[in-house]
Design a protein around this ligand. Structure first.
Ligand SMILES: *[C@@H]1O[C@H](CO)[C@@H](O)[C@H](O)[C@H]1NC(C)=O
Ligand SMILES: *[C@@H]1O[C@H](CO)[C@@H](O)[C@H](O)[C@H]1NC(C)=O
Ligand SMILES: *[C@@H]1O[C@H](CO)[C@@H](O)[C@H](O)[C@H]1NC(C)=O
Ligand SMILES: *[C@@H]1O[C@H](CO)[C@@H](O)[C@H](O)[C@H]1NC(C)=O
Ligand SMILES: *[C@@H]1O[C@H](CO)[C@@H](O)[C@H](O)[C@H]1NC(C)=O
Ligand SMILES: *[C@@H]1O[C@H](CO)[C@@H](O)[C@H](O)[C@H]1NC(C)=O
Length: 523
């Protein structure tokens, strides 16, 4: 997040215009030309399929998933200065003799999420895609650079485990501790991973996706795409870079990259707060809430009060043995992603959340404690990648303890949650981060380019604790051909709920039929 606004398009968009070509063509040529000079691999990207899959993945995936790999440049501006292996997974359409609709790419968000994890969830019996989707598309999962099986970001877990509290960074001493932590943490990632940490921005990842699309040849004439959460950043970045390649694109749980600085933090914080208020309302009306009949708001305010510390029993799962109010607010946000259990993604729902909060009130905050990082854990490499991406796509507008105090004062005034949310974490953890802000926000999508994109479906719940409905509306404002679909409910993203919104997404992806713009559905 940067406070300064970037009114002019960044150089990777303008350079192609000076070549006197249509912008999309120009950009593609620019990429191809610079790559060709260095290495033919990037002009004719070669995808190698391996059987059996590496890493023992055959046993973790449903039958039929193919594993591929492709050499991608770390830095597209200097493609001969280092490369890494991009891991690609494909499940061909079970078409029963008819023609597949092509390749559907997807991204699970995070940032840090790996496409391979959804095939693992399918093996465990989770329904990710409807039978109709499985019969229609070749599903192409790309583990984004630095994630999953694509050279995952490694950092020092012992350093990471000493991460200071966000709310401490507003004092001079706390700010100094935060700055020292951020630098040590970021430098440990550089040391353990190498320079890929410096090229984790959404533009580089979108270019990787285009490389895969080209390598798939006639099986991927168009870039059909389902992106959830931070995957909507990747989708809109791809659409701006390659508008004429976009096929059917769904952005579920949207981020508006025009938003920067305090706007980004407070839009998320206020929306998260509104979702917490929905949780309180539910507790008042539903007997399955552990606080039914009690002053849940008052209990929550006391539980999360500054200075409140509750013990956790970390003998079984490695976690922080002292849980603060800030930890509870931060760790509750991902639980509010669903109101009902969603076993396929391991999401337990709001009854469970009420039980965790009740345990904490009883003096046991084990289940709301922050999990400690361990060496070589894929759960933790996803967390590391989260910061590596965020510090390049957002960075921070905060440079002094006073800057932090200003945000914290506004956050504490406007929300019960003190402004604690993911983008506050990003803004504070990116202070002093050792890699530059390469893909700053604060700019609308290029109007001329985005006008060439076929209709995109933008989906959001009104009460989404992570990606605000305001961002989905903001993204819709920038894409004239887009259609907005709303779910009048709570939770982050809608596809897995298998309700009417999920059906509308399938209808668009499979039949090409869009709902009317601004349709509001209940489920
Ligand atoms: C596959 O196609 C054949 C021939 O059209 C049809 O008889 C059969 O029912 C189809 N199977 C499925 C699972 O749809
Ligand atoms: C919150 O804490 C205050 C001070 O200890 C106490 O008076 C009040 O009853 C508590 N509120 C709830 C709802 O537990
Ligand atoms: C912590 O958990 C372990 C394993 O469940 C149990 O044996 C131990 O008694 C617990 N200790 C406390 C203080 O809760
Ligand atoms: C605290 O909660 C954890 C997780 O639910 C449980 O394993 C542990 O036994 C509890 N400890 C006490 C003292 O209740
Ligand atoms: C983590 O992986 C590295 C490289 O494979 C290995 O050297 C190290 O021993 C592993 N650490 C642990 C704790 O497993
Ligand atoms: C959402 O549903 C509530 C009732 O549950 C209704 O009052 C409200 O008007 C709906 N919002 C929209 C935008 O349709």
């Amino acid at each position: 997040m940067t406070i300064s606004c970037h009114f002019s398009p960044p150089s990777y968009l303008t350079r192609s215009k000076t070549m006197g070509l249509s912008t999309a063509q120009g950009l593609l040529l620019l990429i191809l030309a610079s790559a060709a000079a260095a290495d033919d691999a990037y002009t004719h990207p070669k995808l190698t399929w391996t059987a059996p899959c590496a890493h023992g993945l055959d046993s973790k995936f449903p039958a039929g998933v193919e594993c591929g790999s492709l050499t991608a440049p770390i830095d597209y501006a200097h493609p001969n200065e280092g490369s890494f292996n991009l891991a690609i997974f494909r499940l061909k359409a079970k078409t029963n003799g008819t023609k597949s609709l092509g390749s559907l790419f997807y991204n699970t968000g995070g940032p840090g999420g790996a496409a391979s994890s959804w095939f693992e969830a399918m093996k465990k019996g989770g329904q990710i895609w409807s039978d109709k989707m499985l019969a229609s598309y070749d599903l192409v999962g790309v583990d984004p650079r630095g994630m999953g099986y694509s050279n995952p970001i490694q950092c020092d877990p012992d350093i990471f485990n000493a991460k200071p509290q966000l709310l401490d960074a507003g004092s001079d001493a706390g700010f100094a501790r935060t700055l020292a932590f951020n630098k040590a943490f970021g430098n440990s990632c550089l040391k353990k991973t190498g320079k890929l940490v410096q090229f984790m921005d959404a533009v580089s990842t979108a270019k990787d996706f285009e490389l895969v699309r080209q390598a798939l040849g006639s099986g991927a004439d168009k870039f059909h795409y389902y992106g959830m959460s931070y995957g909507t950043v990747l989708g809109q970045t791809y659409a701006e870079l390659y508008p004429n390649r976009v096929g059917r694109m769904v952005l579920d749980g949207a981020v508006d990259r025009r938003s920067t600085g305090i706007d980004t933090v407070m839009t998320e914080a206020i929306t998260y707060q509104a979702t917490v208020e929905k949780f309180f309302e539910w507790c008042e009306t539903d007997e399955s809430c552990a606080f039914h009949g009690q002053d849940v708001r008052g209990i929550y305010a006391n539980l999360t009060a500054t200075g409140n510390v509750i013990p956790a029993n970390c003998t079984t799962a490695p976690c922080k043995s002292e849980v603060t109010g800030e930890d509870i607010i931060a760790n509750m946000q991902p639980v509010l992603v669903t109101q009902d259990p969603l076993p396929v993604l391991g999401l337990p729902g709001r009854v469970y959340l009420s039980e965790l909060l009740a345990q904490a009130v009883q003096g046991n905050a084990t289940m709301l404690s922050t999990r400690l990082a361990r060496a070589n854990s894929s759960y933790d490499t996803a967390r590391y990648a989260y910061y590596a991406v965020a510090c390049q796509d957002y960075g921070t507008p905060l440079h002094t303890a006073g800057d932090v105090r200003r945000v914290l004062n506004v956050g504490a005034s406007l929300t019960l949650n003190k402004g604690v949310c993911e983008f506050l974490d990003i803004a504070i953890t990116c202070i002093g981060w050792p890699t530059p802000l390469t893909n700053p926000p604060g700019r609308a999508l290029d109007a001329a380019r985005i006008a060439q994109v076929p209709p995109v479906l933008i989906v959001n719940a009104f009460f989404d604790p992570e990606t605000s409905a305001a961002w989905a509306a903001g993204l819709r404002e920038q894409i004239p051909n887009a259609v907005s679909l709303w779910r009048n409910g709570t939770g982050h993203t809608s596809y897995f709920l298998l309700g009417d919104t999920s059906k509308a997404i399938d209808t668009f992806l499979i039949d090409g039929e869009l709902p009317a713009d601004e349709t509001v559905l209940r489920s």
